[in-house]
Design a protein around this ligand. Structure first.
Ligand code: GLP
Length: 289
């Protein structure tokens, strides 16, 4: 059991967790980790990614966009610059891309990943995959993307943010919980939330090519980050609400190895916080570093 550098949390990162595609039922868990400060959420996420790559240098990472993982990416770059981690053998698959935006468009997720992460560390760009938002046949592009994930051996660790409407990637409320990479229309809430990146709501693309909920559930481990009170209702529904397509993130309740990393504000509408703290404490007592 490895211990997170900054936060002291035990990370279930023995090689069995990373290499086993099917954890046995007794190893299945959804851990809810509530941290005092947003910075600790980013630090723990960076610790988990670095530990994964240290254990398996050619790990397949699923990556997310949005403002939430930005600090995590900055920390990864910092650790790379300090010689603490190398991504040279890593393969990555991003969750999604806007339909109609090419890789050179400043608002595309291609540009986001390039400018915040890929160009700042030793990633091999040939192994950094993002759905092609300009593909002439979007259905075929979705199928190609799924085959590429499979050919890479599947995703070892999937990083996720959370939409305020409960979406993961661009799987909006009502998405099939078995879905694979395909086109989705953005919800009114997401158009409103993402307008800040485009100047106005009218300029936000209406469609995205996104990994499905089923694609995300197939990752061997999933780590979802949520920071801030504007995510609190979605976090409550994800963790304590019923499993429902109305809250696509609630599908993580079915995931065999999911970690939900929250700051106090994002956790503020949870009912069972005392239990989550106790469960983590018990885990730390059982497996001291
Ligand atoms: C977008 C992305 C999601 C992300 C969400 C939250 O809609 N497709 O993957 O989780 O935004 O973004 P933020 O982290 O900026 O709140």
């Amino acid at each position: 059991m490895e211990r997170a550098a900054e936060t002291g949390y035990n990370l279930p990162l023995c090689s069995a967790h990373i290499h086993n595609s099917h954890p046995t039922p007794q190893h299945c868990s959804m851990r809810v980790i509530i941290l005092d400060h947003p910075q600790q959420v980013s630090q723990l996420a960076a610790d988990i990614i670095c530990s994964t790559v240290a254990t398996k240098p050619n790990a397949v990472l699923g990556l997310a966009t949005g403002s939430t993982p930005l600090e995590t990416y900055r920390l990864l770059v910092e650790r790379y610059e300090q010689g603490l981690v190398s991504f040279a053998q890593v393969t990555t698959f991003n969750l999604d891309e806007y339909v109609g935006l090419g890789p050179d468009d400043s608002q595309s997720y291609h540009q986001f990943m390039h400018s915040h992460l890929f160009s700042r560390a030793d990633f091999c760009v040939d192994r950094c995959h993002i759905p092609a938002g300009l593909a002439p046949d979007l259905k075929a592009e979705g199928e190609r993307y799924e085959r590429a994930i499979e050919a890479a051996g599947g995703i070892d660790l999937q990083l996720l943010g959370l939409g305020s409407d409960g979406h993961i990637a661009f799987n909006e409320p009502g998405s099939s919980l078995a879905s694979r990479t395909r086109v989705k229309a953005l919800s009114a809430q997401t158009l409103q939330d993402n307008a800040r990146f485009f100047g106005s709501e009218e300029q936000v693309p209406r469609l995205a090519l996104t990994m499905g909920v089923g694609s995300i559930l197939a990752a061997r481990r999933a780590v979802l980050l949520a920071i801030g009170s504007h995510k609190a209702a979605a976090v409550r529904d994800l963790v304590e609400g019923p499993l429902t397509a109305r809250v696509p993130a609630s599908a993580l309740q079915l995931h065999p190895q999911a970690m939900i990393l929250l700051d106090q504000a994002a956790a503020s509408q949870l009912e069972n916080t005392e239990y989550y703290h106790r469960a983590e404490q018990a885990q730390r007592t059982r497996s001291p570093a």
